[in-house]
Design a protein around this ligand. Structure first.
Ligand code: 5AD
Ligand code: SF4
Length: 462
C-alpha cells in the first residue's frame, strides 16, 4: 500500500507540483516506483486546459483499471480533479482521492484518511484559499533544472481559460522565501532555475520588498546560478524593467515567452485579454530594442468564437511582424465554467484545422529564416541528454533552442559546453563542441544520481 506511482499531464506548473507531491509522499513514508503494477497507490496529476488533455486522463484511468486495477487505490489530482470534483467518484468509483492543486498542503491528512480505509476523500478549494503549497519536501526530479513556483493561481479570467477555476486566486510567495529556495537549489548542485507562475510577471511580493524584475535580478545573483528562466509572462503585466533587468544581469536567459493568443484587436477584446495588438507590439518593440538578442515565443489560439478570415489574417501578419522563434498553436476548445462557453463555438472544426495548418506552416518559414542567423555562431549549451544512437548530445541554448551536437567525450547532464553551429533546422540546431565540458559539482552529480532513481517524468508541452 505504501508504494506509489505518479503520472503527470500538462504544464510545467503541474510537473513541479508533482515534485512537491512526491516529496510529501516520501516524507510520509511512501516509496516511489516507476512501474504502476508495483504500486498500491496510483496518482494522476491531471490537466484540463483543452478537452483532449482531459479526455486523456479518463482514458488512462479506464484503461489501467481494466487491465490491472484490482486492489489498488487511485488519486486524481490537479486541474481535472478541481474542475470535475466529486463527479469523478461517480464516473470512476474506484478513485479514492480527488484533490485540486490548492489543497495539496492537506495531503498528509488525506493520506492518513486513505490509510484508515476512507474511500471518497476530497481536497477541493476552488477560489477560497490564500495559502501556497509548502515546498519544504520537494523531491526534485528534473536532473538539470530547479523549478520554483513564485505565484500560484490566476485572476485574469480570459474568456476561454479554465485556469482561474482550477488553480484558485492569485497568490504570491514572499521574495525572501523564493530567494531562500533559490539558495537551497543552488547548494544542491543545480545551476539553472526556472521561476513558474500562470502569470509569472503578475508577481506581487506580499512583503512589498521586491518587484518582479528585482526578484529576477536577485535570483540571478544567487551564488552558483548560471541560468534563470521564467514562464509564463502575461502581456498586460509585462513592464519595461523586465527587459532592462535581462540586459543588466547576465545569468537571466535571452528568452521571453509572451503569449499573444491573437493578432486581432477585436478577438483580443472578445477573449478579455485586456490589451490591443498595438499595445502588445509595443512590448515586443521594447524587447527587440534590448542590447541582448532576446528570443521571443508565443501561444496562439485559432478559431475563437467569431474569429473572421480577416481576424485570422491579423494573426498571421502579427507572426510576421514579431518574427517569433517558436509558437505553440492551438485550436480553440470550449471549457466548462469559462465565459466563452456561453458563446457559440461558431468556427467549424475543418476551418480550425485549416487555420492551424496555415499558422504552423507560416511559422516554420519564419523559423527557417530566424534560425539561419545562428550558422557559425558559438553558443554555450547546457547538456540535457547524453548521447543518442548516433552519438549526438542534446542541450539547450540560453535562448531555449535545442542544439544537437557531437563531442569527443560524453558530457555530464547539467554541464556546459561551447558549441559551434554547423547546420540549421526549422526547430533545432546542429553543431560541434569546441570546448571541454565543465565538470558539475559533486552536489550536482549526487542530485543527478538521485533523479535517475526516481524516474523523471517530463511534462508534455501544452
Ligand atoms: N482552447 C485552446 N487553447 C487554450 N489555451 C488555454 N485555454 C485554451 C482553450 N480553451 C492555450 C493558450 C494558453 C496555453 C497554455 O493554452 O494559448 O496560453
Ligand atoms: Fe493544464 Fe492549465 Fe492546469 Fe497547467 S494549469 S495543468 S495548463 S489546466
Amino acid at each position: 500500500m505504501k508504494t506509489f506511482y505518479i503520472e503527470t499531464f500538462g504544464c510545467q506548473m503541474n510537473a513541479h507540483d508533482s515534485e512537491k507531491v512526491v516529496g510529501t509522499l516520501l516524507n510520509e513514508g511512501y516509496t516511489q516506483t516507476s512501474d504502476e503494477a508495483d504500486a498500491g497507490l496510483i496518482l494522476y496529476n491531471t490537466c484540463s486546459i483543452r478537452d483532449k488533455a482531459e479526455q486523456k486522463v479518463f482514458h488512462r484511468l479506464n484503461e489501467y483499471k481494466k487491465l490491472h486495477g484490482e486492489g489498488k487505490r487511485f488519486a486524481v489530482i490537479g486541474c481535472v480533479a478541481q474542475q470535475e470534483g466529486t463527479k469523478i467518484f461517480d464516473r470512476a468509483p474506484y478513485v479514492s482521492i480527488v484533490a485540486g492543486s490548492s489543497s495539496y498542503r492537506n495531503l498528509p491528512d488525506m493520506l492518513a484518511r486513505l490509510e484508515a480505509g476512507e474511500t471518497r476523500i476530497t481536497g477541493l478549494d476552488d477560489r477560497q484559499t490564500d495559502e501556497t503549497f509548502d515546498t519544504e519536501f520537494t523531491a526534485r526530479t528534473n536532473p538539470h533544472r530547479g523549478y520554483i513556483t513564485i505565484i500560484e493561481g490566476c485572476d485574469k479570467f480570459c474568456a476561454y481559460c479554465v485556469v482561474p477555476y482550477t488553480r484558485g486566486k492569485e497568490r504570491s510567495r514572499t521574495s525572501a522565501s523564493v530567494l531562500a529556495e533559490a539558495q537551497r537549489i543552488a547548494q544542491s548542485g543545480f545551476t539553472e532555475i526556472q521561476l513558474l507562475g500562470q502569470n509569472v510577471n503578475s508577481y506581487h511580493d506580499p512583503s512589498g520588498k521586491r518587484t518582479f524584475a528585482e526578484l529576477l535580478a536577485a535570483v540571478g545573483e544567487v551564488n552558483g546560478i548560471q541560468r534563470v528562466r521564467f514562464t509564463t509572462s502575461h502581456p498586460r503585466d509585462f513592464t519595461r524593467d523586465i527587459v532592462d533587468v535581462i540586459d543588466a544581469v547576465p545569468t537571466l536567459c535571452d528568452h521571453v515567452h509572451l503569449p499573444v493568443q491573437s493578432g486581432s484587436t477585436a478577438v483580443l477584446k472578445a477573449m478579455q485579454r485586456d490589451y490591443t495588438r498595438d499595445w502588445y507590439l509595443e512590448r515586443i518593440a521594447w524587447t527587440k530594442a534590448a542590447k541582448r538578442d532576446i528570443s521571443l515565443t508565443s501561444d496562439i489560439i485559432v478559431g475563437f468564437p467569431g474569429e473572421t478570415d480577416r481576424d485570422f489574417e491579423d494573426t498571421i501578419t502579427l507572426l510576421e511582424e514579431v518574427g517569433y522563434d517558436a509558437i505553440y498553436g492551438f485550436k480553440y476548445s470550449p471549457r466548462p465554467n469559462t465565459p466563452a462557453i456561453h458563446m457559440e463555438d461558431s468556427i467549424p472544426e475543418e476551418i480550425k484545422v485549416q487555420r492551424l495548418a496555415i499558422l504552423n506552416a507560416r511559422q516554420r518559414e519564419i523559423q527557417r529564416t530566424n534560425y539561419a542567423r545562428h550558422l557559425n555562431q558559438i553558443m554555450p549549451i547546457m547538456v540535457e541528454h547524453g548521447a543518442n544512437s548516433r552519438g549526438q548530445i542534446t542541450g539547450r541554448s540560453t535562448q531555449n533552442k535545442t542544439v544537437n551536437f557531437s563531442c569527443d567525450s560524453v558530457p555530464a547532464i547539467g554541464s556546459y559546453v561551447d558549441v559551434r553551429i554547423t547546420q540549421i533546422f526549422p526547430s533545432s540546431l546542429v553543431g560541434e563542441a569546441i570546448s571541454q565540458p565543465t565538470t558539475p559539482s559533486p552536489a550536482a552529480i549526487a542530485q543527478a544520481a538521485l533523479n535517475a532513481r526516481v524516474n523523471p517524468q517530463p511534462a508534455e508541452a501544452v
